[in-house]
Design a protein around this ligand. Sequence first.
Ligand code: UDX
Length: 453
Amino acid sequence: MDSQKSHVIVLAYPAQGHINPLLQFAKRLASKGLKATLATTYYTVSSIDAPTVGVEPISDGFDEGGFKQASSLDVYLESFKTVGSRTLTELVFKFKASGSPVNCIVYDSMLPWALDVARNLGIYAAVFMTTSASICSMFWQIDLGLLSLPLKPQTATVSLPGLPPLGRCDLPSPMSEPTSQTAYLEAIMEKFHSLNEDDWVFCNSFEDLEIELVKAMRGKWPLVMVGPMVPSAYLDQQIDGDRAYGASLWKPTSSQCLTWLATKPPRSVIYGSFGSMENISAEQVEEIAWGLKASNRPFLWVLKESEKKLPTGFLNSVGETGMVVSWCNQLEVLAHQAIGCFVTHCGWNSTLEGLGLGVPMVCVTERTDQPMNAKFVEDVWKVGVRTKKDEVGIVTREELEKCIRGAMDGESGEEIKRNANKWRELARSAVSVGGTSDMNINEFVVKLLEGKK
Ligand code: UDX
């Protein structure tokens, strides 16, 4: 089968933290000679600009505004399953009719029904995990019955193969508070239940990053590491490589940020961002604000609706030292030489971006996989410091300031910087020609080019 006849649809869940790695994967496949089409919902396609891949809409049943229009996550996921299965099938038929048949669907693990679509059409199916392999291994162990939920009240630490001992507060939130996140947990578990039915199981991570787990699980599960999915100009240093994911659900204020960053000394600025779904309480915003100010360093902070959330008089009090924007091109900012530290919620993409660009991190986590990612940042990769919450669940200004100093100053800051450089190099080698992730992608491409399905 020649490359133009090997056509992959890459299906992304319509959220920034999912579209970014899946679009990047589609671009990698296209760069290796496959035809790749990104499919996502009607209300997100217009935000995508990636010339080397096709972009096509499918329906989740809420074409005007998606998830926000649904009464609950259960309702949304159920609708997406029904309407999405039909419209994805129609898309595959449309391509067949136009002489560009699809022979594989790579789908986001949040959309597990795509496996049945591929099976019914008789084409290859590959699931793409947007979290770390360590997170995947926890859900895998639950599915195998080796870890049962809810955890017993007396369980203080969970020990699993290839993972450091995990305290309750390190666990992904559907496990530490299972009753409040039933729909989310069920959606995840549905995928883990059918993991052996996929032709490939890809994970946005790289072998060196989770090497103990890779060793412990070798031959026991089907996970294949293909990450980090960060645009090539930042990682494998292709001068003419990609400088952006090519998808932005909000309008970035990048030129303003870069002009401001250019006025700051190297490695002096704190960049603060809490991902695309942040919903930080007013109390927490206030503590972060005064903690950033107290650190006595310039800071650039991404905060939506800052006019409603920031303490009165805060911006005036910081003047030119601080900049608050509603959205930026995070990669451009993290790659800027003025950035010295990343205050992050530790979403998996942000964590990989911090690692891949060698930026020391301070972790202020909220939920889902973030606490466990932060545990690895501090204890395994040693590239950052985790903040602790007080008795009412807030990271105080004093705590934030202390952790920023720990990540940037003195001996601890030096050690973190050294480790950050080491992980940056390892991330680069994984995706460079001949690296572990690159070779894993090549094997997939070769198989698809052989044809058959
Ligand atoms: C969520 C989960 O937190 C994450 O762990 C999961 O794997 C995917 O869904 P999110 O909370 O949005 O994602 O965080 P993150 O994974 O860090 O993704 C956010 C993305 O938005 C990053 O790629 C980041 O570069 C981008 N971003 C963020 C911007 O481009 N500009 C911004 O101003 C802020």
